[in-house]
Design a protein around this ligand. Structure first.
Ligand code: SF4
Length: 554
């Protein structure tokens, strides 16, 4: 294998305050300091495409190079699934190959969450034909399939690419899918439509091999949504719609957000970015991350650590001096979100008079068969435009008023609810132990059971409530920013045995009063005791809340 071409860099003076010894390329580290960096230097992750298409379907699973299987495949959205039947307690003690099933998860990137009905039908058909009819809408607006065999990947990619979709850089140490508002371009109150800048960045930079060996993943959001549904606070980079008093609509730039095991909320650089400069500025920040990001330890390789160590002023001045053609003007902060829920569920009138209809599956789990039906409904009742949201939900756009009731009824027949309970609306779950090799706990099934029981036992509870269920500390379903955040862990049961359960975090919130949830040392619940715990917690809140209280304040 050949070494990738590293982008040229000018020699830079070393700041005395700059953390040393973290493997930053900009400080002259050229040799990999861990096996992941070695794998990336040996060959760029994107180069594995050729072998996935032309070699491995013939060798079969057993012929796949382990460095490709557990490394480079991710650059094309392929992860090995967890072998069924392995308990959460064994997750940390088994070798990766002992956890590997012979099937893959396939993530399909949907920048801005946008799909046509034709594209959704193709995803749905792949799910039904090759993936045992399972499909998950993720909280980053992707669709993730399961049970994929290596032999079927060429046909799957062929079908996706023929319809204008890709799995490129949907995982790996790369610029991942760019979040966008599902109502971009149709919301009457939006500050600015970010569709064009998302498309420009994707077209110019996804697949660019100067950006495909980052220290770790790089998550982006671009939106003028008045609800701020793309959650700019927890992305590596976010462009948030604002109106500059002299320069008009554009974006406020945020950097350094991210959750996982060391959560940090993003910070404003205090700059205004005109739409024309978004690609340049996005490119500048990702290059800064590539060059200055920490590469010694993967647990510290996200942009958030660099931003926290070096501070906003260093990030802004380095960005402007080393990566941009000209300094950025100062700009205003975003207004508070219009709706703290930020999810686009329900019926909302578009600015052209049609309606956007957002609906809720249970914790993002669907089938290919159901997705085919959704695509057909989007054609029958709308104009074939479908969006995924950042809360594992879907939206059909462009529905005439006279079609609303019929569409809502047909969705309900598919168990897709336009006016869901607060529990179905507010509950998310990550992949969990069903498929994820890192998981300690089952999640999607626990979420479904929890929703059913909460609806049955607390039918009058009507306050918005976020319940985010995660199978391990990696926070893919954002447990730190939920009202009730559940982090998969082994916890003691009544007999002192360690069993699957959750560490509880309470009071997380994004919006006007962004804060991370509080972890209480004693607040652990077994998976079997989850329903009773949440019901008891909410009943206690109902009993004691005063007028004007919200659960988030309690
Ligand atoms: Fe897997 Fe953990 Fe992420 Fe859930 S939070 S999908 S268990 S890595």
């Amino acid at each position: 294998m050949t070494s990738p071409a590293r982008p040229p860099r000018a020699a830079r003076p070393q700041s005395p305050s700059r953390p040393k010894g973290q493997g930053q390329w900009a400080l002259g580290y050229s040799e990999p300091l861990n096996p992941n960096e070695r794998m990336k230097k040996d060959q760029d992750g994107l180069a594995v495409r050729e072998r996935i298409l032309n070699e491995y379907p013939h060798t079969g699973f057993d012929g796949i190079d382990p460095q490709d299987l557990r490394g480079r495949f991710r650059w094309w959205g392929l992860y090995t699934q967890r072998r069924p039947g392995i308990s959460g307690g064994r997750t940390a003690v088994l070798e990766p190959e002992e956890l590997d099933d012979r099937y893959f998860m396939q993530r399909i990137r949907l920048d801005g969450g946008r799909m046509t009905s034709e594209q959704l039908r193709i995803i749905a058909d792949i799910s039904t034909r090759y993936g045992r009819d399972v499909a998950d809408v993720t909280d980053r607006q992707n669709i993730q399939l399961h049970w994929i065999r290596i032999e079927d990947v060429p046909a799957i990619w062929g079908a996706l690419e023929a319809a204008g979709m890709t799995t490129e850089e949907s995982c790996g140490d790369t610029p991942r899918v760019i979040l966008g508002c599902p109502l971009a371009g149709v919301d009457a109150d939006e500050v600015i439509d970010a569709t064009g800048v998302i498309d420009q960045v994707v077209e110019r930079f996804v697949g660019d091999t100067t950006l495909s060996n980052l220290p770790r993943k790089f998550k982006s959001a671009m939106s003028g949504c008045p609800d701020q549904c793309t959650l700019h606070e927890i992305n590596d980079i976010a462009f948030v719609g604002v109106v500059h008093p002299e320069l008009g609509p554009g974006y406020d730039l945020w950097v350094g957000g991210g959750l996982s095991t060391n959560p940090k909320l993003g910070v404003r650089l205090g700059t205004f970015v005109t739409p024309e400069r978004v690609p340049e500025v996005w490119h500048g920040v990702i290059q800064l991350f590539r060059d200055y990001g920490y590469r010694r330890m993967r647990t510290r390789a996200r942009l958030k650590f660099l931003v926290a160590d070096m501070g906003v002023e260093w990030v802004r001045s380095t960005l402007e001096k080393e990566y941009l053609d000209a300094a950025l003007p100062d700009g205003p902060a975003p207004l508070p979100p219009r709706n703290e829920g930020r999810d686009h569920i329900g019926v909302h009138q578009q600015r052209d008079g049609f309606f956007a209809v957002g609906f809720a599956p249970r914790a993002g789990r669907l089938t290919g068969t159901t997705l085919t039906a959704v695509a057909n409904l989007a054609d029958r009742f709308g104009q074939g435009r479908i969006r995924a949201t950042t809360t594992q939900k879907l939206v059909i756009l462009d529905v005439p008023g006279e079609n609303l009731d019929a569409l809502e009824a047909e969705l309900a027949a598919l168990d897709l609810v336009v006016r869901p309970s607060v529990f179905r609306r507010g509950t998310m779950a990550c992949t969990g132990i069903e498929f994820c090799k890192l998981a300690i706990v089952e999640t999607k099934g626990n979420a479904r059971d929890l929703i059913v029981e909460l609806e049955r036992r607390l039918p009058d509870f009507d306050e918005p409530i976020g319940i985010n269920i995660n199978g391990c500390p990696n926070a893919c379903a954002r447990f730190q920013v939920a009202d009730i955040g559940l982090k998969g862990s082994l916890v003691p049961d009544d007999n002192g045995e360690m069993v699957e359960g959750f560490q509880v975090h309470l009071g997380g919130h994004l919006g006007t009063r962004s804060r991370l949830g509080r972890k209480s040392r004693g607040l652990k619940v077994t998976a079997d005791g989850l329903v009773d715990y949440v019901v008891g917690l909410l009943e206690t809140y109902q009993e004691h809340r005063a007028d004007g209280d919200t659960f988030a304040d309690w």
